[in-house]
Write a protein that binds this ligand. Structure first.
Ligand SMILES: Cc1cn([C@H]2C[C@H](O)[C@@H](COP(=O)(O)OP(=O)(O)OP(=O)(O)O)O2)c(=O)[nH]c1=O
Length: 528
């Protein structure tokens, strides 16, 4: 989900985060940004005394980190990314700049300096827009910093050493991590908490809005001039632009550019992202990396029998999508991948491409009729092996389990004594309803060929006698009696005539005062 609309402006660009900081990666990933991680090799040794203020030092370091990555990538591929983001977090106390401690003694002297006092945490951020033309790199740097003031408690010697011995201070500016054990040392925070953790997300979004929506216009074209931008002309053919990322293009041609097809590009990108995800699932990448030590691309390729180069690209795409994480030791699953993308919990159908787009509507002619929970998917799978069909049911079950509680609690259904989940498949929603409404009896009504697999699917929580399964066809058999009919996810794939027929059957089965609840994954509607 992307709450900050301006983040969308970066979705069709190749964005690189020039930082090894797991905190920065997490913050930006949570914000919905898609990016590759290329840690900067810039040595953080700028002469501090030559900067007028501590934040000026942080901003310059952030800029140099990002530029180093832009240049390296440009030299390697002769194609720089579109945007490189660099950041640097420092702690400043009494005019002194504290970075990461070099050893325990250094951590001790930093923390004792902070004890009982207020200090400032500055994060400098540089957003570098790049453009490679004729083998030359053009860069356009936007930069800013954010300050957060942090008040420490008085820290006893014993507490200090205990904290240092935890190992937490060593990779953090000022020798503490406010987001973990270090939070216990902190009395008050004035300002953006995420800025202390390493990335001022709020200011970053505002800066992007400044760049991409000048004067508050909801227009992707950037402003004619930007505050805090610029940069030096670089040697080796690098040129920094005074113009904005896309404005640079319009200035070159002398014409105003046509409206940017953001929506179209987002669709194209989403397709690529889905392809990468489905391919990784099909190759069982997430199974391979589940709970094990991280693996390098070449080792993953060896185990999967795939090419090292292609595998590396696929794994990097999965990193950018937030399903894998990459460190010096190799690739490993993120929590999302462990939970939802391995074979046992997978929320995707077991095919190499999204199903349900290229198959026709109506009933299958293979002796197996439609699956009421997702007719097109199950229908398409009928032509395939038992294993494929089970894989589909597994995917539908996992998805239904994810959403079941939300669906069950979206309406107050406490006045009903009985419900019938038409096309209720493995009963995931039925069990959630039973859990939320202890006096509700739920009948799952679905095709026999679906229900024969139910025993193999464990609901969230214990099975309950409140839930029963009844085989039948919603178009031909009489519907079981119930106060409430749930037609979750079965209406959307039918032609209008079929939907009408189905709803008429349900309406005829309803007694006065009954209700039909219809839900889909994304929206909940209730027809009474
Ligand atoms: C003060 C503070 C800092 N930090 C972290 C944020 C940064 O990761 C780190 C400061 O070091 P930085 O040099 O800013 O960043 P880094 O070395 O982790 O990553 P890179 O240089 O590759 O971008 O300290 C916390 O996680 N919590 C805190 O409370």
């Amino acid at each position: 989900m992307v709450l900050c609309p301006v983040i969308r402006k970066l979705l069709h660009k190749r964005v690189v985060l020039a930082s090894a900081s797991p905190r920065r990666q997490e913050i930006l990933r949570q914000a919905g940004l898609r990016f590759e991680v290329v840690p900067s090799r810039f040595k953080e040794t700028l002469p501090k005394a030559s900067f007028p203020t501590p934040p000026a030092y942080a901003v310059e370091t952030a800029k140099q980190k990002a530029l180093e990555v832009a240049r390296r990538m440009h030299q390697k591929d002769l194609r720089a990314p579109d945007v490189v983001i660099g950041a640097d977090t420092i702690v400043a106390v009494g005019g002194l700049i504290l970075e990461k401690p070099v050893d325990k003694q250094d951590a001790y002297s930093m923390l004792s300096r902070l004890s009982g006092k207020e200090h400032s945490v500055f994060t400098g951020v540089a957003i570098v827009h790049c453009c490679s033309r004729d083998g030359r790199l053009d860069t356009d740097v936007s930069e800013f910093y954010e300050e957060t003031r942090v008040q420490f408690s008085e820290l006893s010697e014993e507490l200090l050493w205990e904290y240092i011995d935890s190992g937490e201070p060593m990779d953090k500016a000022g020798g503490y991590g406010i987001q973990a054990l270090g939070g216990m040392l902190v009395e008050q925070v004035h300002g953006d908490f995420l800025n202390v953790v390493g990335f001022p997300l709020n200011r970053f979004c505002k800066k992007l809005a400044e760049l991409y929506y000048p004067s508050g216009r909801e227009d992707p074209r950037p402003a004619q001039s930007h505050q805090g931008r610029g940069g030096r002309a670089e040697d080796g053919g690098e040129r920094t632009q005074a113009a904005g990322p896309e404005e640079a293009v319009s200035n070159r041609t002398g014409h105003s550019p046509p409206p940017f097809p953001t929506g179209l590009l987002e669709l194209v990108d989403s397709f690529k992202a889905s392809k990468a995800l489905f391919t990784a699932c099909k190759l069982k990448v997430f199974d391979l990396l589940k709970d094990g030590a991280p693996l390098k691309a070449v080792d993953v390729a060896g185990k999967l029998g795939t090419s090292a180069c292609g595998t590396g690209r696929l794994l990097d795409a999965c990193v950018a999508l937030g399903f894998l994480q990459k460190t010096d030791r190799g690739y490993s699953n993120t929590e999302t991948a462990n939970l939802h993308l391995t074979s046992d919990g997978r929320v995707l159908p077991p095919t190499g491409r999204p199903r349900g787009m290229s198959v026709g509507r109506g009933r299958a002619g293979h002796g197996v009729r439609v699956c009421l929970s997702d007719p097109l998917l199950f229908q398409a799978s009928c032509a395939h092996s038992e294993e494929t069909r089970l894989g589909l049911l597994r995917a539908m079950h996992s998805l239904a389990k994810l959403t079941a509680r939300h669906v069950a609690t979206a309406f107050d259904l406490s006045r009903f004594a009985s419900a019938c989940d038409l096309g209720g498949c493995t009963g995931a929603l039925a069990h959630a309803l039973a859990r939320e409404y202890p006096r509700l009896r739920v009948t799952v009504f679905d095709l026999p060929e679906v229900l024969q697999h139910v025993a193999g699917f464990q609901p969230d929580g214990p099975r309950t006698e409140q839930v029963s399964f009844l085989p039948g066809d919603i178009f031909e058999d009489s519907l079981p009696e119930a106060d409430l009919y749930v037609v979750s996810r079965i209406l959307r794939d039918w032609p209008d005539g079929k939907v009408h027929e189905l709803l008429s059957r349900v309406a005829r089965a309803c007694k006065p005062g009954e209700a039909t609840a219809s839900t889909s994954l994304l929206q909940n509607l209730i027809f009474v």
